[in-house]
Design a protein around this ligand. Sequence first.
Ligand SMILES: Cc1ncc(COP(=O)(O)O)c(C=O)c1O
Length: 354
Amino acid sequence: MDWLAQLLDLPQRFRSTGTGGGVIQDSASSATLVATLAALHRASGGRWRDVGVDRRYRAYTSAHGHSSIEKAARIAGLGTDGVRSIAVDPATQALLPDALRAAIQADLAAGDVPAIVVATIGTTSTTAVDPLPEIGAICAEYGIWLHVDAAYAGAAAVCPELRWSHAGLEYADSYCFDPHKWLLTGFDCDAFWVADRVELIEALTVLPEFLRNAASDSGAVIDYRDWQVPLGRRFRALKLWFVLRWYGVEGLRAHIRSGVALAARFADRVRSDDRFELAAAHPFSLVCFRLRADDDANADLLARVNGTGRAHLTHTRVDGRYTLRLAVGSPQTVERHVDETWALLAGTADDLLT
Ligand SMILES: Cc1ncc(COP(=O)(O)O)c(C=O)c1O
């Protein structure tokens, strides 16, 4: 995990050579749950482990935060309404720091305890990047745990020119990304780091007599059972190790750069056709776009294109409007596929609009 942190140029605080460290989880959802539990431990002054959720603790994420954040809050006992959905900037779909501050202040005034903010680098819907420097400063001011969910876009940090997306990460208490999403690793594999491993272990450790052993007692080993929900662990590191060894740093960079370039190529096609428009920025390898027509026409376009079996696009809503999404992720995808998909979309639009 230190090796991977070095590859992504993550802040020093996440390295095991200092107070931090990383662990491989199955999924980003598990990473968010573990971060939530550690955050509750901190917010309750270390009492969460013993008394559970004894007050109204709150989690915060943008309106585009992943559903796993609400799920983690529910599992942790915060209830569905424990998550405050913070408004986004309509131009960027990124969390609005002023709205976050207002929500925290309102909860404090009501006697609730702000426990965790989950910021996203690369939201699921549009790959928006939340403003970490501003969010981090707010979390530092109020002593709130900041977890950064970079499930998909974290892989981009292998490329120095894309590391702008991780600016402000030095504020984070925990961070995760999924090598199984955009870094060529077989499902499942989530890389999760914390800045203070002691805090995490304190939150999760349970030590019955049957788990006591000399290696643990002497501190000679790291017991990753205290860094995750399950006791036992799969050996996920091996497949990740093979990916790193097989592709190497430059191979991984080439993969990410190819995805970004193919997305940009597709976006150029969209821009050059007056019948279409881009619905969001495309900093990574996902392009959000739509026909300049109503939602039904866009839904029809998606259904017809997917119905051919030649391409598979997904959809979301941006500013309430039905939006198509083209994602490039496979190392097999080349210019020809993107061009064919565009031709398919443009041809289907001809049929639809005439
Ligand atoms: C931003 C973000 N967070 C979390 C997840 C959940 O990932 P996982 O399946 O690893 O739990 C996703 C999946 O799409 C995601 O895009």
